[in-house]
Design a protein around this ligand. Structure first.
Ligand code: FAD
Length: 338
């Protein structure tokens, strides 16, 4: 438990791209922010799931790697010196007698803020783990649920499990650097973009990837966290062992909004209902933006979240600075406030 209570203008829950841009938009209006994220690093999905993938629909960036986008957002917020509390989940949120908000995290950090900006994406996310005996012993050494650096797999015997976009995209990409790539899927058909499926089949026909279908993972072989083989079973229980240095199970993400769902906010299917013109939730003083929010025709895109961040920063201003009138100004007129 920390002894100090951090007092700030805005608490931003989530340090994904939208949370970071919320800090920027708040900073431009002199609203100071503390940012909490359950992950150990900033960047949300971009950093955790696809840092080396190019994004093509960020305005004015014909192509930008997701990891680079996060680096630039991080630079953009630097002048406002946000205080990050990483590796901790916001668990509790209560109203204070002063009409402010008091948040508590899983590490006991307490933050007292005038307003709360929820940019929590799909919530605290983690991989769906395959039910394999002794799996934990290999996690982080031979079993990985995300690829953050393709180079880490150069020269390795890689077994990928799963039949969706991540499994197929990484099989195609890693076939350029790995010693071998085998894809285990319980069906012959893959659930991915048709052009990716066609490319996968081309690489399989050329002997660059082996499709191990229809098979399922059944056991791991190895010792001391070092994998030597992956045992797979066909639908009749027939077993086969694939030589492997690395197993990449891509069975999707388990997402959990967790405590946020209990804060009394109006919700629709695990997302928070907002007024898209202000980002306001059903509870005064709490705003939401990015993938976590919902309104008719909402698009879960980074650029949409950026616009929602701008709307919410302007809308929360009267709550942070009661009685002060906000005159809308372009960044070209005000520059970046120190
Ligand atoms: C493979 C892939 C490719 C994609 N490609 C594109 C693309 O080309 N273009 C595009 O626009 N979008 C793309 N997206 C979607 C894009 O990544 C999301 O729209 C974007 O990340 C949403 O940003 P966010 O900040 O709202 O949420 P997130 O990035 O999900 O970040 C939310 C953060 O909140 C944290 N959090 C949640 N709950 C709590 C809590 N209680 N306490 C503390 N922290 C919490 C989480 O740990 C997370 O870090 C892609 C997504 C994937 C998976």
């Amino acid at each position: 438990m920390t002894d100090a209570i951090h007092r700030t203008d805005a608490l931003v829950i989530g340090a994904g791209p939208v949370g970071l841009f919320t800090v920027f938009q708040c900073g431009m209006l002199r609203i100071k922010c503390h940012v909490v994220d359950v992950l150990d690093t900033i960047g949300g999905q971009c950093a955790a799931l696809y840092p080396e993938k190019p994004i093509f629909d960020i305005p004015a960036h014909p192509s930008v790697l997701a990891g680079d986008l996060i680096d630039r957002l991080s630079q953009q917020v630097e002048p406002f010196a946000p205080v990050y509390h990483l590796g901790q989940q916001v668990t509790g949120l209560t109203r204070t007698e002063e009409g402010r908000w008091r948040a508590e995290t899983s590490k006991g950090t307490v933050i007292d803020a005038a307003v709360v900006m929820i940019a929590a994406g799909a919530g605290a996310f983690g991989p769906n783990r395959p039910p394999l005996k002794g799996l934990e012993a290999y996690e982080g050494t031979s079993v990985f649920y995300y690829v953050t650096r393709r180079e880490d797999f150069r020269g390795k015997k890689v077994v990928i499990a799963g039949g969706g976009d991540s499994a197929v995209d990484w099989a195609i990409s890693l076939s350029e650097v790995a010693a071998s790539v085998q894809v285990v899927h319980r069906r012959a058909k893959f659930r991915c973009a048709p052009e990716s499926a066609a490319r996968l089949q081309e690489l399989a026909d050329a002997g660059k990837i082996e499709l191990v279908v229809p098979y399922q993972l059944s056991a791991l072989q190895g010792d001391g966290g070092v994998l030597t083989g992956v045992e797979v079973a066909d639908l009749d229980g027939g077993l086969r062992v694939l030589e492997a240095d690395v197993l990449l199970p891509f069975f999707g993400l388990a997402t959990d909004l967790g405590p946020i769902a209990d804060w009394g906010l109006a919700m629709e299917r695990s997302t928070i209902t907002i007024d898209p013109t202000t980002g306001a939730t059903s509870v005064p003083g709490i705003f939401a933006m990015g993938d976590v929010c919902h309104y008719p025709h909402k698009l879960k895109l980074i650029l949409t979240g950026f616009a929602e961040a701008a709307q919410a920063a302007h809308a929360c201003y009267p709550l942070v600075f009661p009685g002060e009138v906000l005159h809308f100004q372009h960044s070209t007129s005000v520059g970046v406030p120190a």
